[in-house]
Write a protein that binds this ligand. Structure first.
Ligand code: 2P0
Length: 322
């Protein structure tokens, strides 16, 4: 039985991906840029089981929901068709992050699955190809193949993968204001934003512009500019999302309180900038030397955890498997 285990971490986008130009291939409307984290890992083992009738998928030791299983099978089908195999697989996955709470568990999930499944089915793929493959599972997974700062290019199927980019050192203070599963999935909310938000076209244009500015700021090691673009880009994304019909509001009162506290931190001379994904939790970036002070100041607003740059998805030895 061929088996492989991979570990991947979520990433937090500084310039966000929100909207597709191709739903089937998961090609983004604009490029994005993120930091792969050193916490909240997903570890996934894929074992071929030719005698099984169908794939089996367990998440944190329990059978996954039909929706989750179907999404995994669709992804493994892609790997099988490339490998010329018809063998079902057993997929066992463990997640350190709360699933569905805006901490991008689909990014670490599909990045780990791409590496483990490609290896178990005998595909010989380089890092860019693995990034392109992970993209087919979930857009944000494209970036979790890369260590640290990662830029995911828009473009056609061949060009749309992530690669590393240099930038200033930074920490991320994750403020979990609510760990419950979100009401509207990113996929659905993205679709609704593109279809109904009057600000969608402006969002896509401004993101492409922000990505160019962010690339320059990263290469210059300019933490301040990186932070400013990050916060602005997140607020623009949420404005576009809130303007869709029916409206979706991911930011709750507790989230806004963190944005307020971050503004106060800056007024007090500690440089920190806030961002938030498709959920109520807020991620605050700071220079590594300021992270402990930022975490202390934000501690009353939710559970805080400080993380830094982590490794892209990779194989791990069998004995570590889920
Ligand atoms: C991002 N997010 O850039 C943005 C910011 C959430 C907010 O990518 O449909 O799970 O699987 O491609 O990647 C979350 O959406 O969506 C996401 P699909 P995905 O990190």
């Amino acid at each position: 039985m061929r088996t492989a285990t991979a570990r991947a971490h979520p990433n937090i986008a500084l310039v966000k991906y929100w909207g597709k130009r191709d739903e089937e291939l998961i090609l983004p409307a604009a490029g994005s840029l993120s930091l792969t984290l050193d916490g909240f890992a997903t570890t996934t083992t894929v074992s071929l089981d030719p005698s099984a009738a169908e794939d089996r998928f367990t998440l944190n030791g329990a059978a996954a929901s039909p929706t989750q299983s179907e999404r995994v099978t669709r992804f493994v089908d892609l790997v099988r068709s490339r490998a010329g195999s018809s063998s079902p697989a057993v997929v066992r996955s463990r997640n350190e992050a709360p699933t569905g709470a805006g901490l991008a568990s689909s990014a670490s999930g599909f990045a780990a699955l791409a590496v483990a499944a490609a290896t178990a089915y005998g595909l010989d793929l380089d890092r860019a190809d693995l990034s392109r493959l992970a993209r087919r599972g979930s857009g944000s997974a494209t970036r979790s193949l890369v260590d640290g700062l990662s830029i995911w290019h828009a473009g056609d199927d061949a060009a749309s993968f992530a690669e590393p980019i240099d930038g200033p050192a930074m920490s991320m203070v994750i403020v979990t204001v609510d760990a419950a599963e979100k009401a509207v999935s990113s996929r659905e909310a993205m679709r609704r934003t593109a279809a109904t938000s009057p600000y969608y076209a402006g969002w896509v244009d401004s993101t492409a512009h922000s990505l160019r500015e962010m690339t320059t700021a990263c290469r210059a090691g300019d933490f301040t500019r990186v932070g400013e673009i990050t916060e602005l880009n997140a607020l623009r994304m949420h404005a576009a999302i809130e303007a869709c019909e029916p409206s979706i509001r991911y930011l709750r009162a507790g989230s806004v309180a963190v944005f307020d506290a971050v503004e106060q931190l800056r007024a007090d001379g500690i440089e920190a900038y806030a961002t938030a994904d498709a959920g109520p939790n807020v991620v605050v970036i700071s220079r590594p030397a300021d992270a402990a002070a930022v975490a202390e100041r934000l501690g009353g607003l939710g559970a805080v955890r400080v993380v830094g740059a982590g490794p892209g998805a990779r194989l791990i030895p069998e004995e570590d498997c889920a």
